[in-house]
Design a binder for this molecule. Structure first.
Ligand SMILES: [Zn+2]
Length: 130
C-alpha cells in the first residue's frame, strides 16, 4: 500500500486552537484579546494601553455593543470571578451578580488567599483612579 497520508495542514506561526486560548478582557474598550497562556493577571490592552484582565477559557466575550453584558462581566471580575467552572452557571444579568457573589463568597475568599498578588493587580486595574 502506498503512503496515502496527506501532508498535515500548514501551521501558522504561533497558531493555537482557539479553545486553548485565554481571554484578556478590557472593560474600557469592551473587547477581549486572546493569549496562549494566562501567566499574567493583568496585561496592557493592545488597543488602548489600559489594563486587561486575564480570564479563564470559560469566558465568552459579549459583543462589543452589548454594554449591559460587559457591565455584568466587569461586576463579576470586581467580585473576583475569573470565570472558572462553578457548580452553577454564571449569572445572565447584572442584577443577579450580587446574590451569585454571595453564594460563592467562600470560594472567592479562598481564591484571593491563594493568589493575593494576582488579585492585587486586578483590584488595582479596576479601581476608578487607576
Ligand atoms: Zn482597551
Amino acid at each position: 500500500m502506498t503512503n496515502a497520508a496527506s501532508p498535515p495542514p500548514a501551521q501558522k506561526g504561533g497558531s493555537v486552537q482557539s479553545s486553548y486560548l485565554h481571554h484578556y478582557a478590557c472593560f474600557r474598550c469592551r473587547k477581549s484579546f486572546k493569549r496562549a497562556s494566562r501567566t499574567e493577571a493583568v496585561l496592557p490592552c493592545p488597543e488602548c494601553g489600559g489594563p486587561s484582565i486575564g480570564l479563564t477559557r470559560k469566558f465568552k466575550p459579549p459583543k462589543r455593543s452589548d454594554e449591559k453584558q460587559w457591565r455584568k462581566v466587569e461586576a463579576l471580575v470586581r467580585h473576583g470571578f475569573l470565570f472558572w467552572s462553578l457548580n452553577e452557571p454564571y449569572p445572565e444579568t447584572l442584577k443577579e451578580v450580587a446574590a451569585f457573589a454571595q453564594r460563592h463568597a467562600a470560594f472567592i475568599a479562598a481564591e484571593r488567599a491563594k493568589n493575593p498578588e494576582a488579585y492585587r493587580e486586578i483590584d488595582a486595574a479596576l479601581s476608578p483612579s487607576g
